[in-house]
Ligand binder design. Structure first.
Ligand SMILES: Cc1ncc(COP(=O)(O)O)c(C=O)c1O
Length: 395
């Protein structure tokens, strides 16, 4: 089946109730009756399994080309479950350009437990060095902590592509080949691209994570996360973390998310079409220092791994005061944290999405107090451009 068909139909339950509803019924019961002791049942207790969550998980696995999927109560719970599935001394390599919440939980929760993290400016170059020289040929100098980190065995590569907030494209095919050469697994946070535009498992990745709170939910009314795995073996480990630690997605949210995913492709294509027109409009405006958008990246064409450039555009204004004046004068764009909904949103990256990062780290990443991340919705392109044009005329 093609993706558009899978989004609508994958995971469907064949209801045994006789009612044969077209929309999935919501099963709120936490408990399921046994007919006799020792009966083998798919559903027994809702933390371990629920029909709505299991339907959603089948859909997620199919649309991301995995063997299994796991629905969590947030994107952070999904990301944390991947790290929790590794031994506590594991080394995780990530690009510096990373969602603030992921960086925060890696550094403040997982590092004290013994996990090791290294952030590379150029992750492909770092991996190429590893696979070229190996650990023994490239001994670290005592004062070079970056090299010391990279001299260790890397267990997991954790990347976003496009990255948050600067929308850089990482060649996922090349990354997966290099990672597998040194025995590391690859986990891709596919929140920004969505399975409509990019399928990391088909490009070689082992694990895909989502903040389903964003495009998969699409209406700014569900907090959810997902993990999709390529191997049943790693799936067992994620399943254990999900069911035992219990950050599961409840039945109503599972129903709502499965329903929202049915329109994913229609929404994301429209959002991406709007975003491309807006990014081009913003690029022509002299008041804007920089416009970041996947279509403007040389890697976008070179890798050809995304079907369309997506719905997020990041801009650089010259100062915090310009960012304040600009956002205050927007009427359609809401000032808010998140992204991926049908409505257009503007996020002040320094103080909102990346607030938990230390200022020094944000500066190293290139985030300034004039950085604004726009999430483009499904409104009319002309209305959105008019809104931006008016706000820009005020700075
Ligand atoms: C790329 C990315 N990954 C993960 C998350 C975390 O997801 P959640 O807020 O659903 O926990 C976010 C949230 O903004 C995000 O942008």
């Amino acid at each position: 089946m093609k993706l558009e068909t899978k989004l609508v139909h994958s995971g469907e339950n064949n209801s045994s109730s006789g009612l044969k509803p077209v929309a999935e019924p919501i099963v709120l019961s936490t408990n399921f009756k046994f007919d006799f002791l020792g009966e083998e049942k798919e559903f027994q207790y809702s933390r371990v399994g629920n029909p709505n969550r299991s339907m959603l998980e089948r859909k997620l696995a199919e649309i991301e080309f995995g063997v299994a999927a796991f629905a969590f109560s947030s994107g952070m719970a999904a990301i944390s479950s991947v790290i929790q599935s590794l031994p506590a001394n594991s080394m995780i390599l990530s690009p510096r350009d990373l969602y603030g919440g992921s960086f925060h939980v890696f550094e403040t929760y997982f590092r004290p437990l013994g996990y090791k993290f290294h952030y590379a400016d150029n992750i492909l170059a770092a991996l190429e060095e590893q696979s070229r020289h190996g650990r023994k040929v490239s001994p670290p100098k005592a004062d070079d902590s970056a090299r010391r980190d990279l001299a260790e065995k890397i267990d997991l590569i954790f990347v976003e592509s496009p990255t948050n907030p600067f929308l850089k494209i990482i060649d996922l095919k090349r990354l997966s080949i290099l990672a597998h050469k040194i025995g590391a697994m690859v986990c891709v946070d596919n929140t920004f691209a969505t399975p409509s535009l990019q399928n990391p498992i088909l490009l070689g990745a082992d694990i895909v994570v989502h903040s389903a709170t964003k495009f998969l939910g699409g209406h700014s009314d569900i907090t959810a996360g997902a993990v999709v795995v390529k191997s049943a073996e790693f799936g067992k480990r994620i399943g254990f973390v999900q069911k035992s630690l219990g950050a599961v997605l409840p039945p109503f949210d599972s129903f709502l998310l499965a329903r929202s995913i049915q329109t994913l492709d229609v929404r994301v294509r429209r959002q991406s079409q709007n975003a491309k027109a807006i990014a081009e409009f913003l690029k022509r405006n002299k008041k804007i220092g920089e416009v970041y958008y996947p279509a403007f990246e040389s890697e976008f064409k070179k890798t050809d791994q995304m079907k369309l450039p997506g719905a997020v555009v990041t801009i650089e204004l010259k100062s915090y005061s310009q960012a304040k004046t600009f956002t205050k004068n927007l009427k359609l764009f809401k000032i808010a944290e998140s992204l991926g909904g049908v409505e257009s949103i503007v996020n002040h990256t320094w103080s909102m999405s990346h607030d938990v990062m230390p200022p020094k780290v944000k500066e190293e990443m290139g985030i300034t107090k004039g950085t604004l991340r726009l999430s483009i919705g499904i409104e009319a392109e002309e209305d959105l451009i008019e809104d931006l044009e008016f706000a820009l005329s005020k700075i």
